[in-house]
Design a protein around this ligand. Structure first.
Ligand SMILES: CC(=O)N[C@H]1[C@@H](O[C@@H]2[C@H](O)[C@H](O)[C@@H](O)[C@H](O)[C@H]2O)O[C@H](CO)[C@@H](O)[C@@H]1O
Ligand SMILES: [Zn+2]
Length: 293
């Protein structure tokens, strides 16, 4: 069979830490490009074994009980990928290779198989194998803080950037690398919009500096408007029911902001040349902007 690089013109790879990250932070982008026929390869680094369980009848799957949440979230991820139109999904090193490390500072960070304890070069070599096969022009992952400081997100950033460096040394690395972000102007709009609401997901947060994430509008490189795919993102969120309960702030915002919140995702450009953009900060509207088509 011919390699991807011969069959599909545009190829996008995303490296995420847990099942549900792909949907929450890049779901609309994935659905948007899947609908355009872009070859999307999603790499998830853990099974999410240490996650919360918001479905009461599944409570005994928890790590401290039957420790079966990882297997269940694997199935949730399959359903989410189907909702987004993503057909190529891999677990880094194979399903179960790296365990969810839990939130920063917990004892679970010391688990011998957890992703936070992974050998960086070994994990990057596994991702490099997939990069050699897929040869993505565009790579999406998190910034050096893992967007919000979770150890598996920080490690996903490190592994993705290391693998991209190794791929570049072999002459085929991704031409552009993006990191997920949210512009502070959007966070400020959220704080204002919900200030009088009884169902306020921003309750207790008075200023954007209180968030563990966010980027100045000037630092944002791309605004992907996939509002036509916001329902696919919501369907994928519903697939992750153990992590995203019906009462989640995500649905509150979706209910109030609708497609504007759910269907628009933002990125900074960590590597590569910025393509043509528009607006006051020259934001790209296409992650493949400036690349040969
Ligand atoms: C979006 C994300 O990265 N979720 C992770 C995260 O989940 C958090 C964790 O359960 C925490 O205890 C909660 O208070 C918080 O609301 C959750 O977002 O960490 C989990 C454990 O590593 C991980 O499984 C989940 O995917
Ligand atoms: Zn995560």
């Amino acid at each position: 069979m011919r390699a991807y690089s011969e069959r599909v013109a545009r190829r996008l790879m995303l490296v995420h830490a847990h099942p549900d990250d792909e949907t929450v932070s890049t779901g609309a982008t994935m659905a948007h490009y899947a609908a355009e026929g872009v070859q999307i390869t999603l790499v998830t680094c853990t099974l999410g074994e240490e996650g919360e369980i918001h479905v009461p009848e599944l409570a005994l799957l928890a790590a401290a009980e039957a420790d079966q949440l990882g297997g269940y979230r694997l199935a949730e991820l399959d359903a989410a990928c189907a909702a987004l139109g993503v057909t190529d999904h891999r677990f880094l090193g194979g399903a179960g290779r790296y365990r969810d490390s839990g939130m920063m500072g917990l004892e679970t960070n010391k688990h011998p198989r957890c992703f936070w304890q992974a050998d960086l070069d070994e994990a990057a070599a596994q991702l490099l194998e997939i990069m050699r096969e897929v040869r993505p022009q565009v790579l999406i992952t998190y910034d050096e803080n893992g967007f919000y400081g979770h150890p598996d997100h920080i490690q996903a950033h490190r592994v993705a950037m290391r693998a991209a460096e190794l791929a570049k040394a072999e002459g085929f690395g991704p031409a552009k690398i993006y990191w997920t972000t949210v512009p502070r102007s959007v966070l400020e709009a959220g704080i204002s919009a919900f200030a009088q609401s009884t169902d306020n997901p921003f309750a207790g947060i008075d200023k954007v500096e209180d968030f563990p994430f966010g980027t100045s509008d000037e630092e944002v490189a791309a605004r992907i408007d996939a509002t036509d795919q916001h329902e696919a993102k919501i369907a994928a969120m519903r697939a992750h029911a153990t992590q995203i309960p019906d009462t989640s702030w995500l649905y509150s915002i979706a209910g109030n902001f609708g497609s504007e919140f759910m269907g628009v995702e933002y990125y900074t450009l960590a590597a590569g040349e910025r393509g043509p953009g528009d607006g006051p900060h020259g934001w790209e509207s296409d992650l493949f902007a400036g690349l040969p088509s």
